[in-house]
Design a protein around this ligand. Sequence first.
Ligand code: C5P
Length: 137
Amino acid sequence: MKTDVKPVLLVAACALVDPDGRVLIAQRPEGKPLAGLWEFPGGKVEPGETPEQTVVREIEEELGLETKTACLAPLTFASHAYESFHLLMPLYVCRRFWGIAQPREGQAIKWVRPNRLRDYPMPPADDPLIPFLIDLL
Ligand code: C5P
């Protein structure tokens, strides 16, 4: 049997949780793949980085928030076969961060109660993560 081996893309994402139990989602801007869909912030794991370091770097770059790898708790893992690559994406939860979230890359952001996350269309990799957040929060 011939198996279809696709390149693996490792992305790390984070559910930032505010003191009211709301989660931050960001809308992918025009010009990016999956533009208009809402996602948990994060990005590609660069060579030599751990996924936790990626999350710390990305939320600083994308949102101006500071956190530490020790403030991230792993929650679950997304695995989705897109047309041209296989996305693997650990999802962390972070309740300790510093600063006020400011979109720095032209993206819209929202703080949303977990049971309202389904109101915001998400990429197919992110969608299956929602029940884990509903159960946790
Ligand atoms: O964010 P970036 O475009 O670098 O991510 C690479 C790819 O990973 C996206 O094109 C998208 O297919 C996927 N992705 C995703 N969910 C995320 C982040 C990225 O499905 N939260």
